[in-house]
Each structure stands twice: as C-alpha cells, then as structure tokens.
Write a protein that binds this ligand. Structure first.
Ligand code: GRG
Length: 295
C-alpha cells in the first residue's frame, strides 16, 4: 500500500491535471479572469478535501474519473473561499500557499471575480454528465454542496467569524462557528464519495461522524499553527487570530488542552470508521495527519 504521504502527493498531481483540464484559457477579455482562477487553484495547498473525496469514493467502487471531477469542484469552492477570505474587506492577507494572494498578484476586482467564477464553475462540473450518469446523484451532489458552502454552512460561518471579534465566544460557540466555516465543506468531501457510490445509510453516517471529528481536529490544529507555526512552513500569515482578538480553541483552552483535545478527536474519528475494512486505512491516516501537519 502507498504511504499516506505518497497518496496525498498522488492526489495532488491528479487534481492538478484535472484542474488544468477544467480551467482552460480562452482568447477574449475573460482570459485575465481565467488566469486568476488558475493562479488561485493550481499548484498549491495540501489538497485534503480532494483526498477525502477520492478516498471515500473508492470505498464504494466509484468511477475514478467522476470522483476526480467532484474533487476538483470541491477544491474550486475551497479556493474561492481562500481568495475572498484574503481580500482587504476580510482577512487582508498578502500571502497564501507561499505566494502573493490573488488580489496582490492581480487586483481586488479580479480576485472577487475569480472567486465568483470558481464557485460557479464548481456547480457546472457537478451538473456535468461525466460526473455521474444518474441525474439524481448529480442533483444530490449539487444540493449538498450548496448547503455546505452557503449561508447555513461555510459563508454563514465566515459571517459569524467576522462578527466574532465583538462577541465573547465560549468553546461551544467556537465549535459551532468552525463547524460551519470549515467543517461543513470537509464533511461534504467525505459525503460526496458516499453519494457517488449510493452508499447505505449506516456507512454514510459513519463517514459523517468521522468528518465531524476530523473537521474539529483540523481546526484546532489550524489554531495551534496560528500560534506556534512558522510563516515559511505554513505559507500564510500567522498570529492573525490573536491580533484580531478572536476567540479560538487555543485562546479558550490554552495550548496544552487544545492539543489534547485534537489528539482525542483524531482517535475518535478513526473509531467511526470501524465498519470499513482496510480500504479505509488512508482515511484513518488522514485523521492523524490533520493534527500533526506543519502547514
Ligand atoms: C470568504 C466565503 C468565504 C469563506 C471563507 C474557509 C474560509 C471561509 C476561510 C479560510 C480562512 C482560514 C485560514 C480558515 C481556517 C481553516 C482553513 C480553511 C484553512 C485553509 O485550509 P487548508 O489548510 O488550506 O486545507 P490549503 O492551502 O492546504 O488548501
């Protein structure tokens, strides 16, 4: 079996080729927009969400080409969120994935449009017949992604986050915020494989429970990196949460308790996969990876 690191690198290569195919350049005035879309999505990031899609899809013997399209669609939504999050009106960041943010490399208006177009493109891909031959499956993917990314998911979480500086959040509130902001898209990434494979209810629930704990563990690790990480390794600004006076798992629990909590969560995430055989081993390893990562 490939090691987890090899597997993640393979997904990275496959996804890059897929994004390159799905985001061609044309010759009109829209070319600059397309360049900004490619700049923001090709060659970078850990590709954790695509990895989760492909690994959950192979549990149910899904067609790899369809799963790869779904993986690319989810990564496009993730990249759009990063481009918009980096804008001056939001986090105002200069660095993302070790490179200038989209609005620095292009300009603000182009970055807004590139984010919009990546989001729209994701739904175009899910609706495409090559994603799955069954239109009910395509509809469910579209509907679930809309729920995960919209006002009751990622965008709602971002709104909550923007207001968080003025609110005195406790651990339960921070958990809710992060479940919306990052958890829902991570959860959809594992559900997507189950939807593509028309998985039985019990296995869908197991993947949901896994993704819930994985998402929280991921976020605690992100908070720890914001406190302890190194800009060069992380590839984005650090110390931003403390600067903004935001309640995070680390500010509320302290470094040691946050680390213990993350450790408990990844182990719990692995237990939720007990109904799967060794084909879920890479997902099991991913749970540990999200906590031990350095970027
Ligand atoms: C602007 C609509 C909108 C939403 C923004 C996801 C998000 C919501 C903002 C990103 C800001 C941030 C640092 C969130 C913390 C967790 C997170 C999503 C980190 C980035 O994800 P990774 O670590 O990034 O998977 P890579 O670059 O590896 O893909």
């Amino acid at each position: 079996m490939e090691s987890f690191e090899q597997s993640l690198a393979t997904v990275g290569r496959q996804l890059n080729e897929e994004l390159d195919r799905l985001l061609p350049l044309s010759e009109g005035p829209e070319r600059r927009l397309q360049e900004a879309m490619r700049y923001s999505s090709l060659d970078g990031g850990k590709r954790l969400r695509p990895f989760l899609v492909l690994q959950s899809a192979q549990l149910f013997n899904c067609t790899p080409s369809g799963a790869l399209q779904v993986a690319a669609a989810i990564e496009m939504v993730h990249c759009y969120s990063l481009v918009h999050d980096d804008l001056p009106a939001m986090d105002d960041d200069d660095l993302r994935r070790g490179r200038p943010t989209c609005h620095k490399a292009f300009d603000e208006a182009t970055a807004i449009l590139a984010g919009d177009a990546l989001l729209t493109k994701a739904f175009e891909i899910l609706a495409n017949i090559h994603t799955h031959s069954d239109p009910n499956v395509r509809c469910e993917l579209i509907s679930e992604l809309a729920l995960a990314a919209g006002d009751r998911g990622m965008v709602g979480g971002q709104m909550f986050d923007l207001m968080a500086g003025d609110l005195d959040l406790d651990v339960a509130a921070v958990t809710h915020l992060q479940t919306l902001k990052t958890g829902r898209l991570i959860s959809f990434s594992t559900q997507a494989g189950a939807i593509l494979g028309k998985a039985p209810w019990q296995q869908r629930q197991a993947l949901k429970a896994y993704a819930h704990d994985l998402g929280l563990a991921f976020q605690i690790a992100d908070d720890l990196l914001d406190v302890e990480g190194d800009v060069a390794a992380v590839g984005k600004g650090v110390g931003k949460d403390a600067e903004a006076g935001k309640g995070t798992f680390v500010s509320l629990l302290g470094v040691e308790r946050a680390r213990t909590q993350a450790d408990m969560l990844w182990r719990q995430a692995v237990q939720h996969l007990d109904c799967f055989d060794e084909r879920a081993d890479q997902l099991r390893q991913a749970a540990q990876f999200v906590v031990e990562r350095k970027a």
